[in-house]
Design a protein around this ligand. Structure first.
Ligand SMILES: Cc1ncc(COP(=O)(O)O)c(C=O)c1O
Length: 498
């Protein structure tokens, strides 16, 4: 009788150790030299395809060691390095090295965190992670929640719970009402694109979104918000949710949550906060004031893979009353024996959209303990100070215009010293110049920034969610922008007039 199968997928203990130790050495070397590498190699998709090699699916297997070694070479030497100290693009953080080790452990044990019985310890760790995240941002630890893949999913998960809670009938049975009693959504015009996806995909349609204008500080205008709600009620619509943003994606502005909470109370609406980027800043005492009102939120989305420096993917939905999640997501097919009549285990499949679920909570749980609340307070505060420094240096530089600064996001643009202010198309030229400059910077590999359009100005945008960035990097980034801005201006000017 065969008692051990020979398969092409198993690794012996010795092989696993040999490949693993070598890989860990390569990763340790990569992390310790990251600041000496280019942020990106700027290779084209065609060049990358050549390096990867064109081939069809292998008929027969090969050794794991050689494949892992090839994968390490491809990724360590041909990637955009968002762990580089001068990567300040979009909202993608430097990832905690301990998070990478946690991911390895999570996938080695491979618990299915869809059901308690399938992942006994992992489920308890995820519950604790959710509680700690609530404590970190200063809401009640009794908020329930779930780890998801990122900000979009965290917001979707809350959005669906909100409409189950606020629909007039039984939405799970009857679906959403359409023309009569149409359910309306309220958010600032700067809200991240997830809301358009949610409205389109979950059957509301993007016409159900009321995009509320912002004030001079880029916050949702709560007077216009309330007026719009009243108007919709008068027309027979059914407002059901207001979305406030804690750190908008372009400028980092934080809405007035006290004001939004009061409106939600007056009209019996669900109060959701998209804090995917900015809500961790609530851990910094000096910033407590701008987050006042978050404790009144019915739900909050936050992203450990942004400002808590977790490796991708890790988002989290927190809900004041977790029953709204189970009301929305729970189902009990006969083929699930998960109800734990004696054990009362929590089944995360009843808290969100996924059924089988990986153990993404582990890397967050590990890092929350490695750093501690105090450590996060310090790192986040330092990121904010660096962002302020960037803004100040841009203000002081004769060829830069500092445009906005909130939380750890600064927007600025290059303005050549010798601009002919009388030319009628100055603004459109500056927009073209800064867009071309950004494209050039993104390929050069010295620094990686992204863009924002603020009051029709095309700006370079730096978002510091990076524990490796130092004051020296900020000074050098200013020099790089000015040096490359000058060059781009000369190039465009020549193209136009020579
Ligand atoms: C405010 C805000 N909400 C939601 C998201 C979406 O997050 P993710 O890309 O993790 O899905 C982002 C991403 O930058 C964001 O800034």
């Amino acid at each position: 009788m065969i008692n051990k199968r020979e398969t092409p997928i198993e690794l012996s203990k010795y092989e696993f150790q040999k490949i693993g130790y070598h890989l860990i050495d390569q990763i340790a070397d990569f992390i310790s030299t990251i600041e000496k590498r280019p942020v990106t190699t700027g290779e084209t998709p065609e060049q990358l395809q050549q390096i990867l090699g064109v081939s069809s699916l292998p008929e027969n297997g090969t050794t794991a060691g050689s494949i892992i070694s090839k994968a390490a070479d491809l990724l360590l030497n041909h990637s955009l390095l968002n762990g580089h100290p001068k990567f300040l693009g979009y909202i993608t953080s430097s990832a905690a090295p301990a998070g990478a080790l946690a991911d390895l452990l999570a996938s080695a044990v491979n618990p299915n965190v869809g059901a308690g019985i399938l992942s006994p310890m992992a489920t308890e760790i995820e519950k604790q992670t959710v509680q700690w995240l609530a404590e970190l941002i200063g809401v009640s630890p009794s908020y329930g929640g779930i780890l998801v893949s990122g900000g979009n999913m965290a917001n979707f998960t809350a959005f669906l719970a909100a409409r189950t809670a606020k629909a007039t009938g039984d939405i799970k049975k009857d679906g959403i009402p359409n023309s009569s009693g149409k359910m309306m959504i309220y958010c600032s015009k700067t809200t991240h694109t997830w809301i358009e996806k949610a409205a389109a995909l979950f059957g509301h349609g993007t016409e159900s979104i009321r995009w509320i204008p912002t004030d001079s500080a880029n916050k949702m205008d709560n007077l216009i918000l309330e007026g719009t709600i009243k108007n919709d009620l008068a027309q027979g619509f059914k407002p059901f949710i207001i979305i406030g943003t804690a750190g908008d994606v372009s400028t980092g502005a934080v809405d007035d949550f006290e004001g939004i909470a009061a409106i939600c109370k007056r009209y019996d609406l669900w109060f959701h906060i998209d804090g995917a980027y900015g809500v961790p800043a609530a851990v910094v005492p000096e910033f407590k004031k701008i987050f006042e009102g978050i404790r009144q939120a019915d739900s909050i989305a936050l992203d450990p893979h942004k400002w808590l420096y977790s490796p991708l993917e890790a988002g989290c939905t927190l809900v004041k009353n977790a029953k709204h999640l189970t009301d929305t997501y729970s189902s009990h097919p006969v083929y699930y024996n998960f109800d734990g009549k004696e054990t009362h285990a929590q089944n995360f499949y009843e808290y969100g959209l996924q059924n089988s679920r990986g153990f993404r909570a582990l890397k967050v749980w590990v890092t929350l303990q490695q750093v501690g609340r105090k450590g996060y307070e310090t790192m986040i505060n330092e990121d904010i100070k660096l962002s302020k420094m960037l803004f100040r240096l841009a203000e002081e530089h004769p060829e830069l215009e500092a445009v906005t600064q909130n939380l750890s996001i600064t927007t600025l643009r290059y303005v050549p010293a010798a601009m002919d202010q009388d030319r009628g198309d100055t603004e459109s030229y500056l927009n073209t110049l800064n867009e071309s400059l950004l494209n050039e910077l993104q390929l050069r590999g010295e620094v990686f920034l992204s863009n924002a359009v603020v009051n029709k100005k095309y700006c370079l945008r730096a978002c510091i969610v990076n524990f490796r960035t130092s004051p020296r990097d900020i000074e050098e980034i200013i020099e790089i922008i000015v040096r490359e801005g000058k060059k781009m201006h000369e190039k465009l000017w020549k193209m136009a007039f020579v």
